[in-house]
Write a protein that binds this ligand. Sequence first.
Ligand code: PLP
Length: 414
Amino acid sequence: MGSALWHPFSDMAAVREDEFVLERGEDVWVYDTHGNRYLDATAALWYANVGHGRQEIADAAAGQLRTLAGYSIFGDFTNTPARDLANRLAGLAPMPDAKVFLTTGGGEAIDSAVKIARRYHDAQGEPGRVHVISRAQSYHGTNGVGTGVAGIEANRAGFGEFLPSSSRVPYDSVDALRDEILRVGPERVAAFLFEPVVGAGGVLPPPEGYVRGVIDVCHEFGVLAIADAVICGFGRLGTWFGVERWDAEPDLITFAKGVTSGYLPLGGVVAHGRVAEPFWERRGNTLRHGATYSGHPACCAAALANIAILDRERLVERGRIMETVLADALAPLARHPLVAEVRAGLGLLGAVELKAEVLETLPSAIADLALLVRQRGVLLRTLGKALAVSPPLTIQAEQLQEIGLALAVGLDEL
Ligand code: PLP
């Protein structure tokens, strides 16, 4: 029987009587309410980086809930897990003298980063810099800013205008960004927002030289470069914040998901010391932005325990070590007659895209394939024309092969 729960991003008329209820998780496995076991090939929604069922994280969160469940950190108030987490993340961030603003998730981190960027320019005497540029196919959550800048057109359609002063550029061209900054007028552009690897828009790795190239263009015109590492961080690309793969130094980094491996909701923004400076050095220049649960101690305690696991088990490095194993496991699918392209080889992140003519003949092909693969005990996510693969970083080589095999059989059945 269906419930009253309204599922995000879901066709409720279709799923209302047919909910898929998960009950328990252990490492790369999850179990439904009938006791069926599934290989979680997408780490839930790209976040269960240390795998499911880690008692250490549950204990850290529970211990904190018993000690001080919550107390907001506005003004001079704070708590020890929030301070410790900020220090830990600042130490890991690929930018000097970093400061950390905490949120409850990725979408709120995006709103925060863009508001910090605009207020930074305002404090520097350039209040006209409000325009935000993002990339086609990008996904930055569904809060106000994330909706306004969405590069996946369908995520903006029907909602009206959320960020009138924004525009999109093709996802693969540094020159297109330069042209757009010049078209809008550099004195009006606040920030460029980009995912190092486009995630929900199809798992699109950047062309050679792209990440460094766009940051250089931003700096040429005084535009802040915001790297959205919500998916790419915490080992997904084999580094802490994704961008280190290109030796890149953005001005702001947004993060969420893998910071707690999803055990509790948490996200945030890491700001370069230079961007934080007007707020940290000038009294009276308050960032009037924040939310009740920023720096929630139980969420921060969960994040610290999660980061300790990533560190101790060398799972961040593992994201890189296993990238070729994933690419090898998916590579044979490229020869399947229904497949247009297999994208993998950069971190534990991949996608299998179907041919356009397959989707024209059978519009439900991607959803059907996901269901066929699920019937073989593997959970995958649909991404427009593709299925995403982003397993926990603890995944073993034979389990990656199992994912490839389930997809091959599913494609044959389709
Ligand atoms: N940014 C990126 C790149 C994401 O993939 C997501 C979510 O998938 C978000 C932001 C939004 O995060 P949240 O869903 O926690 O609001």
